[in-house]
Ligand binder design. Structure first.
Ligand code: ATP
Ligand code: LTN
Length: 335
């Protein structure tokens, strides 16, 4: 199918910390799976990343590394548009127009905002962190996006995006496609290995909480071996009663396509050690070709830089009609 007739898919990841098996399970593997059925834009949302302070000395390099990881995981750069958010000014421009149609009340209810500001005072909470979901809405709405494949933690942000789109369509006439989320059945929320009550996060100061896609095989094996489980004999899939074991089964299922319940049956008479051993091997084996491709790509920086430039040009062109229509409908004098 040619791109003109395909529905648009948009998704993005912040270039902060290290990409983890959580991002693989919740987002990346679905991008790969869906990329040929949709007209896809995969963004490295660098403007979102600076809502938490980033080290300027390493930030650009991390953005390039994320682009290489998108391709290494299986995104075909010929078929999809890969680009950096900061290279396409339409994203920040539309954000302002949306800001004036979004409410402090709805942004104050965002659980990610509440979690990231917990224990902080107004004097130290950045305005960017508060406005983060509006920039995300702009990312999505600029391209008349129909599908947004993300992990379960993004459900609320997607609902807000839909609310803003519906509200503006109502006020100014049809402007935006109202997008749908795509949440995987297995792996939509991978939990921390040491604390299965919390989400696995790539910016976690404790590296034992996550497996990074670029960890060495030995590090991966060690982190899985040390994952917190419980003392109950045998393996069962009981997310509430046995969150640590359930998390390992979810990760396993995300990598092999099996259901966590079926895996639990297969391992019913075995122990945690056997499950961890096999899971580590599944992850190591799946990521070995990814790591090889990644290292090859990183030796060709000119290629990556050119690809991102091309992607940004194409994205900006595609974003302009919606941006201009929004200005126009809001009554601005055309430039
Ligand atoms: P951070 O951990 O740095 O605060 P984040 O990982 O929550 O950030 P992003 O890096 O922007 O945020 O997440 C990118 C995508 O990966 C989103 O679709 C998100 O839902 C998904 N994702 C992130 N962590 C997980 C996880 N633990 N399980 C499943 N999906 C995840
Ligand atoms: N907020 C998202 C990242 C993100 C995104 C987007 C995802 C920014 N813009 C547009 C999908 C579509 C997160 O996962 N933290």
């Amino acid at each position: 199918m040619s791109h003109e007739t395909q529905p648009v898919l948009f998704s993005g990841i912040q270039p902060s910390g290290h990409l983890t098996i959580g991002h693989y399970a919740g987002a990346l593997r679905n991008w790969v799976r869906l990329q040929h059925e949709y007209d896809c834009l995969f963004c490295i949302v660098d403007l979102h990343a600076i809502t938490v302070r980033q080290d300027p000395a390493t930030f650009a390099e991390r953005c390039l590394s994320f682009a290489a990881q998108y391709i290494a995981v299986g995104i075909d750069p010929q078929a999809s548009t890969i680009f950096l958010q900061s290279h396409v000014p339409a994203h920040t421009e539309l954000t302002w127009l949306l800001n004036c149609n979004a409410y402090v009340g709805e942004l104050s209810r965002m659980t990610q905002f509440k979690a990231k500001t917990q224990g902080k005072t107004d004097k130290t909470i950045g305005v960017g962190l508060f406005d983060y979901p509006v920039l995300m809405a702009a990312d999505i709405l600029l391209y008349q996006t129909q599908l947004v494949p993300v992990g379960a933690d993004q459900k609320q942000h997607l609902e807000l995006t839909r609310d803003i789109a519906i509200r503006m369509n109502h006020h100014y006439g049809p402007l935006f496609t109202v997008p749908e989320g795509f949440f995987p059945e297995v792996g939509a929320r991978i939990m921390s290995l040491q604390d299965p009550a919390n989400k696995m996060s790539k910016s976690d100061p404790n590296a034992n909480n996550y497996v990074a896609l670029l960890d060495s095989p030995e590090t991966m094996r060690k982190k899985i071996r040390r994952a917190v489980t419980d003392a109950t004999p045998g393996i069962t899939y009981e997310p509430d009663a046995r969150p640590g074991v359930a998390n390992l089964l979810n990760i396993y299922g995300a990598f092999t396509g099996e259901s966590p319940a079926a895996l639990a049956e297969r391992y019913a008479d075995k122990g945690n050690a056997a499950l961890k051993h096999d899971l580590a091997e599944v992850i190591v084996e799946a990521l070995q070709p990814f790591q090889q491709r990644y290292h090859d790509l990183m030796t060709n920086r000119d290629y990556l830089v050119a690809l991102l430039r091309q992607g940004a040009q194409s994205a900006q062109q595609r974003a302009l009609p919606t941006l201009r229509a929004t200005y126009e409908r809001m009554g601005f004098l055309p430039a």
